[in-house]
Write a protein that binds this ligand. Structure first.
Ligand code: FAD
Length: 349
């Protein structure tokens, strides 16, 4: 029977960050990841994705990302960095190991994978959100006969050439996918409210610094009073700037419902579409923790990253409710450091 002090579920940037701090302890630990290769959900983003922060703000703890070819790294450059990071520290990681269920047996967690059963004193769940894409409710969605995909399944615009494409969602994914698809297709962009474009001089650096100041309680407002900025505001990366020059960044308010060939607008007019791309975000992927009875409304009540109901369970990387900016490259290291501090204190390791 294999027993560990800590089992980390998920081998993306959050899982690796936890491992980085655990390797300095005397605790036994293992990362379980269901994918074949390194990189977590970065493998499931579109081909042309460019990060919105330069390498020094796109680095995990301990080892900075090397300089990228352009100012902002492409996703493949970040994937190479993650892979090198994993090799550099030689983390104990088992791939193609999907955790099906986590149960409690006396004081131990019993972890059932697709391959075997493992036991651990503590568990860190770092399974991300990509396996739980969110699509909002629009009436009669099932009667629409066109193609519907979520941004998690979008790779490039090739298959949408000359099609009528409806893109739903006003964040960075929506803006960047619109920018690309609009080069080869007729597009319409639906957002819940007017998209919040940041000024060209602002990138992820500003957002992280701003959010850090707020987190530390040093300010509760933006330094530029006229600026409405948050981590979900749209950063004007090159592709989005070019789309602005082509005058395609024009959003319209949501439609009323679907009909067989497309969407019905609020005034009753119908518009035909071949494809709908949902850029509407994600929810935490927590299915494997259901047997513990800790999930409420798709979340787990936490104090910092520690489950309140099950104190030997920690959750990292799902969003601000699991540590400040923990769903970003810049923020996850700080969250991981504090989490491992708590685990070491609990296990005296
Ligand atoms: P993931 O990368 O999803 O890793 C979780 C791992 O757990 C995966 O390998 C998954 O397969 C595995 N797993 C899931 N369930 C199980 C299971 N039951 N058993 C075993 N393994 C399992 N952040 C930035 O800082 N800068 C950016 O520019 C930026 N751009 C982004 C662009 C897009 C389009 C998206 C979607 C996100 C972006 N982010 C950015 C946000 C963030 O950095 C990523 O979402 C990040 O990949 C989250 O890492 P993670 O380790 O928490 O989760």
């Amino acid at each position: 029977m294999k027993k560990y002090d800590v089992i980390i579920i998920g081998g993306g940037q959050a899982g690796l960050s936890i491992a980085y701090f655990l390797r300095r302890s005397s605790l036994s630990y293992l990362i379980l990841d269901n994918q074949e290769k390194c990189g977590g959900s970065w493998n499931q983003t579109w081909d042309s994705l460019q990060l919105f922060t330069p390498p020094e703000y796109s680095s995990l703890s301990g080892w900075p990302m090397p300089k990228s070819e352009e100012e902002y790294p492409m996703k493949d450059e970040f994937l190479s960095y993650l892979s090198a990071y994993e090799k550099r520290y030689d983390f104990p990681i088992r791939r193609k190991s999907k955790v099906l269920q986590v149960e409690k047996e006396a004081d131990w967690f019993k972890i059932k994978t697709n391959r075997d059963i493992l036991f651990a004193k503590t568990v860190v769940s770092a399974t991300g959100t990509a396996a739980n894409p969110f699509v909002p409710h629009y009436p009669k969605r099932a009667v629409f006969s066109g193609i519907q995909i979520h941004s998690v399944d979008y790779r490039n615009a090739d298959e949408f050439k000359n099609k009528n494409v409806l893109i739903v969602g006003g964040g960075n994914s929506g803006a960047q996918i619109l920018a690309e698809v609009s080069k080869v297709a007729n597009t319409k962009w639906v957002t819940l409210e007017d998209p919040n474009f940041l000024p060209d001089y602002i990138d992820g650096r500003y957002l992280f610094n701003q959010a850090t100041q707020k987190y530390l309680g040093k300010t509760n407002k933006n330094t530029d009073d006229n600026l409405r900025a948050s981590l979900s505001s749209i950063v004007m990366v090159d592709s989005v700037k070019k789309a602005r020059e082509r005058n395609v960044l024009n959003a319209v308010m949501p439609f009323k419902e679907f009909y067989e060939n497309g969407a019905v607008w609020k005034n009753g007019t119908k518009e035909a579409f071949d494809v709908v791309i949902w850029c509407t975000g994600f929810r935490a992927n927590l299915k494997h923790l259901a047997p513990l009875g800790v999930i409420e409304n798709g979340r787990i009540k936490t104090e910092h990253t520690r489950s309140v109901k099950e104190p030997n369970l920690w959750l990292v990387g799902y969003g601000n409710w699991t540590g400040f900016a923990s769903a970003t490259i810049y923020g996850v290291g700080k969250t991981a450091r504090q989490t491992v501090k708590e685990i070491r204190a609990e296990l005296n390791g």
